[in-house]
Design a protein around this ligand. Structure first.
Ligand SMILES: Cc1cc2nc3c(=O)[nH]c(=O)nc-3n(C[C@H](O)[C@H](O)[C@H](O)COP(=O)(O)OP(=O)(O)OC[C@H]3O[C@@H](n4cnc5c(N)ncnc54)[C@H](O)[C@@H]3O)c2cc1C
Length: 410
């Protein structure tokens, strides 16, 4: 039989991994990319530093598809495999205390460079500015592009990503290709994204950063997810690592027309009792100061007028005159500022897409389509999304590897 011809659609993280693995296994690989160059999104990852994986990666860091599906793919090409793969290409890893892995150069460009060099070395044909719009099955697969070109292959790997940050290439066209082949697409929603709130004081707090705890609550105030880290107030709502981390649940609930509340513990290093004690010490230690001056040095200065307005305390009231009830109200606000979340930012800002091609329609071991054999799926296009911390790229590497191994088998 002639050499196995594989066409990979999409030159992002998963597509580049798939191209290398398939070419190493002897396939003749053509990679079609709709943008003018491959790997644009990789350059934006980890604030330009590329958090390429995480040593604590397990299926629990992912959402969407069934955990046995995710676990199987992660096992087939795990974090150690990823680190060895990149080390062989020249990427020396550096690992943070929380397990995040970056290239030692702290440059996402290094990760893309070594992938591009390997693709080139393996003589993969990379064709940019080619947007795939249709796939047909005759004796071979025929792939049609918007640029009026046709390509022929024995196997196809779909690695088109989700809908997040379309400027970097992934504009959701992969879902249309998948649907045309009979696949179900679980409604894509933005994840790892900023949250919008209508709280009246946000404009005043714009730019204030506070390290604390962010919890997503349901209507009954049950905590659905809780994360710790630096919370950034913005004029539209809140951002920062813990917010992105809890955003998936918020996004999901908003899309299902459910109420979403965010509770912020702005003094998470102190219990309510400890905070109350600290306030008593401040109030009694500096009783002659107005309450607004008394708070300077204890919380962010720009937060003081908001805190006092929201708790109904006159800013020029003397510390000595603060009642027990007022003190308790201050504690309640600082330990559980509750915001109604009415939306999330959209695709331009979201780092990852939740939802995608339903995983029960995909072979768990090879990532081959059950609807159209010979077509393989990988990366964010599938209904699998990870938490913030290097997990989404790990999913791209693992699933790209598995799809390529599957497609390389004749
Ligand atoms: C700002 C930002 C920062 C991030 N930081 C991190 C991080 O530090 N760590 C981490 O783990 N994850 C991070 N992520 C998420 C991670 O980048 C993605 O999950 C991962 O890149 C997905 O890989 P993919 O190959 O599935 O899709 P993509 O990387 O999106 O690649 C898909 C490719 O397919 C091409 N394409 C799409 N449709 C077609 C078509 N019809 N024809 C031809 N080509 C097509 C696109 O142009 C694109 O190049 C970040 C995401 C963003 C946006």
């Amino acid at each position: 039989m002639a050499k196995n011809k594989i066409i990979i659609i999409g030159g992002g993280a998963s597509g580049l991994m798939a191209a290398i693995v398939a070419a190493r296994r002897g396939a003749k690989v053509t990679l079609l990319e709709r943008k003018d160059r491959v790997g644009k999104k990789i350059l934006a990852t980890g604030n330009g530093r590329c958090n390429m994986t995480n040593v604590h990666c397990t299926y629990k860091c992912f959402h969407g598809g069934h955990h046995t599906f995710i676990e199987g793919i992660l096992k087939a090409f795990n974090v150690t495999d990823t680190m060895s793969f990149f080390q062989e290409l020249g990427i020396h890893p550096t690992i943070t205390a929380s397990g995040k892995v970056y290239p030692r150069s702290l440059q996402a460009g290094s990760v893309l460079d070594v992938l591009r060099h390997e693709v080139e070395r393996l003589k993969v044909t990379v064709l940019c500015d080619e947007e795939v719009i249709k796939i047909e099955q005759n004796k071979q697969f025929v792939v049609y592009t918007k640029q009026n070109n046709k390509y022929y292959g024995h196997k196809i790997i779909l690695a088109t990503g989700g809908k997040s940050t379309p400027d970097l290439g992934s504009n959701g066209t992969g879902y249309e290709l998948a649907k045309a082949m009979g696949h179900t697409v679980i409604r894509p929603i933005p994840s790892l994204v900023q949250l919008k709130s209508d709280a009246p004081f946000l404009k005043q707090l714009k730019g204030v950063k506070i390290t604390g705890k962010a919890s997503i609550l349901d209507e009954r105030d049950h905590i659905l997810r809780e994360e710790y880290g630096e919370i950034l107030f913005t004029d539209y709502g809140v951002s920062g690592p813990p917010i992105l981390q809890v955003s998936r649940i918020a996004s999901d609930r908003i899309n299902n027309n459910k109420n979403v509340y965010l509770s912020l513990d702005l003094m998470s290093d102190l219990s309510k009792k400890e905070l109350d004690k600290a306030l008593i010490e401040r109030l009694t230690g500096m009783p002659y100061k107005t309450i607004q001056d008394n708070f300077i040095g204890f919380i962010n200065k720009r937060m003081i007028p908001v805190l006092l307005k929201e708790t109904g305390i006159a800013p020029n009231k003397k510390a000595a005159d603060i009642s027990k009830q007022e003190r308790q109200n201050l504690v309640i606000w600082l330990k559980g500022l509750k915001l109604h979340i009415h939306g999330t930012h959209q695709w331009n800002q979201s780092q990852v897409t939740a939802g995608g091609v339903k995983t029960t329609e995909i072979d768990h071991q090879t990532l081959e389509s059950n609807k159209m054999p010979g077509i393989y799926y990988c990366g964010e296009l599938l209904d699998v999304d990870g938490d913030c911390g290097g997990y989404n790229l790990q999913w791209a590497w693992s699933s790209g590897y598995v799809a390529a191994v599957g497609a390389s088998q004749s």
